[in-house]
Each structure stands twice: as C-alpha cells, then as structure tokens.
Design a protein around this ligand. Sequence first.
Ligand code: FES
Length: 140
Amino acid sequence: MKMSLLRRIISCSAKHARYASDTAKKQPILKNIELPVKNAMEPLISEHLQQEKGRIYSSKPFQMKCIEGKKYYWCSCGWSKNQPLCDGSHKNPHYKAKLKPVLFTIEKTQDVWLCNCKHTGHRPFCDGTCETEEFKAKVK
Ligand code: FES
C-alpha cells in the first residue's frame, strides 16, 4: 500500500517534530511539519554541508530503525550497494564521486526516514524533496 510522504512523516514523527526552515522553502506542503529527528553528530561534522548532490538512488526514502547513540554512515554519493548506508563505493575511482558519507547518530531509538534520492536539504534525513514537482521533473 502506497502512503504519501506527508502521512509517513506525520505517523513517524508525531512526538519528535522539527523542521529545518531552509527546507520549508522547497517544501511548501510540509512547511509546518517538523522533521522527526536531528543528527546528534551535526555540530562535529561538515559532510552534511557538502554543496553537491549525489546520484539519485531512489525517489523514495527508506525507513530504518536507528539505535540511540549508534554511529551510522549515510551514503550521500548514491553509489553504495548497501543503501541508504555507505559501503565505501565513493572511494571507487570508476564512480568519480566527490561526496563523502555523512556520519550520524540519533538521541533516541526510533524508526527514521533516510533520504534515498540524495537531494535532501537535511542530510541524512528525508525532508520531502523527493515529493516536490521540481524534483519529479528532474527524475523524468
Ligand atoms: S558509498 Fe556513497 S558515500 Fe560512501
């Protein structure tokens, strides 16, 4: 059964709502919905700020149960065969990937929606970019 991204975010994040204001510009339909989680590693890393966007792996986010305090490396280049996590493929010179994985942890064990389109404005979490008309036009 297909569920809209909006419904998935609401059901996943009712208790943990927070939404980045910069993504709201791209996501008018989600403007008042806050993102479910934040990356507790964000103050310590810079990979989430890389300007380039990765190869589109899938236009659907991936729901994954993340364990409190456990470190994960989210694939930002889109070449990993272990999506949505990094498998080291970004180091393969054949792919010419410039992006590095984004280290993240969460503060409470829960299911999170990880971006698989690699165009999110809130790495590594899905921010609804894959649901925008602008993005859908790119994928066509
Ligand atoms: S394989 Fe994509 S960032 Fe490592």
